[in-house]
Design a protein around this ligand. Structure first.
Ligand code: NAP
Length: 303
């Protein structure tokens, strides 16, 4: 395959690139930064400017698959301006890719776009959420972003391109992402749960997530897939397991909800949300997880 990745310089895209290279595939990628451009035989960078709606159309040369991950980080205070950037970096970038395919000769057969489990409603009890295409949506900004991103992504089908969506869970990795942030206070004996500590945390190891994207691409799977591991855990349990692995017990009481809201503002929804999400569909589609238990993933990614 020759895959065009947006967000290849980020946590998830970097790992997908590694997996594709290990399998002998070529990667083109789009970046907003000149200094991030490389020009190797199997890894070529191209510039785009989502605000100005400009893109180097050579990025599509010989490409059969697009993986679209790029978007401004949601881990910042959600001011009106930040919300606008978070939303438009995802929606306008998708529109730019659609325009690119419409306006140019290409061989693209399949587009895979990212989304997040933040689309699912807050739910502490009941069975894990499956990927029915129009889920009962959460009523918050993050869910609005996911709904808008998924819905514009579906327009790839109108161009005769197969389309899939991966609703990404909490990505665990050694560097960057949620685990580094969660482990920091634990390592200083200041770890604690949040709120009542009973929120479901549907996590996934970055290695599994990257392989899921490649599995979907190489098997030409279409539709929505949850990018989460088989055994989600509750928030307090997650923090205590991190404590066990780094040998720093988590003994402090949970940080109350109001305090989280005071410190983080509306963005605290990300931390306080409870999403109990199922991995069954991707497993039934033939993907076999390397990390099914949180303890094994923590051993792998924590120092
Ligand atoms: N990590 C998680 O736990 C998680 C969970 C759910 C969903 N997701 C979603 O999955 C995607 C990938 O996540 P990640 O953790 O790999 O993200 P990341 O490390 O923050 O990387 C994001 C990428 O997006 C590009 N980007 C940032 N702002 C942009 C903008 N304004 N316009 C165009 N491109 C921009 C950056 O590329 P350049 O700097 O090279 O331009 C960067 O490579 C994101 O959309 C994220 O929201 C992640």
């Amino acid at each position: 395959m020759k895959v065009l990745i947006t967000g290849a310089t980020g946590l998830v895209g970097g790992k997908i690139t590694e997996v594709l290279h290990a399998d002998g595939h070529e990667v083109h990628y789009l970046t907003t930064r000149k200094e991030a451009i490389e020009n190797k035989a199997n890894y070529k960078g191209f510039l785009w400017d989502v605000k100005a709606m400009t893109i180097d159309s050579k990025c599509i040369d010989g490409v059969d698959t697009i993986i679209h991950l790029a978007g401004e980080s949601v881990f910042q205070r959600w001011t009106d301006e930040a919300k606008e950037r978070i939303m438009s970096s995802r929606i306008d970038s998708t529109q730019l890719l659609l325009n690119l395919l419409e306006d140019n000769e290409h061989q693209v057969k399949h587009a895979i776009t990212a989304s997040a489990i933040g689309i699912y409603p807050d739910q502490k009890e009941g069975p894990a959420m499956q990927e029915n295409e129009v889920p009962p949506m959460a009523d918050n900004f993050l869910a609005d972003v996911c709904v808008a991103w998924e819905s514009i992504g579906m327009q790839f089908q109108g161009l005769g391109v197969k389309h899939s969506i991966v609703r990404i869970g909490i990505v665990l990795a050694s560097k960057g992402g949620a685990l580094e942030q969660m482990a920091k206070p634990v390592k200083m004996y200041a770890g604690a749960g949040f709120g009542d500590g009973r929120m479901w945390q549907s996590w996934i190891a970055v290695d599994d997530l990257a392989q899921i994207f490649v599995h979907i691409a190489s098997h030409k799977l279409t539709g929505v897939y949850n990018g989460v591991a088989p055994n989600p855990v509750r928030n307090r349990a997650m923090m205590e397991k991190i404590g066990n692995v780094v040998n720093k017990p988590v003994f402090l009481p949970n940080v109350p909800k109001f305090m989280m809201k005071l410190i983080m503002g509306e963005m605290s929804t990300i931390i306080l949300a409870s999403q109990h999400v199922s991995s069954n569909k991707i497993q039934e589609a033939g993907y076999s997880f390397d990390f099914t238990k949180l303890e094994a993933a923590l051993e792998e990614y924590l120092d």
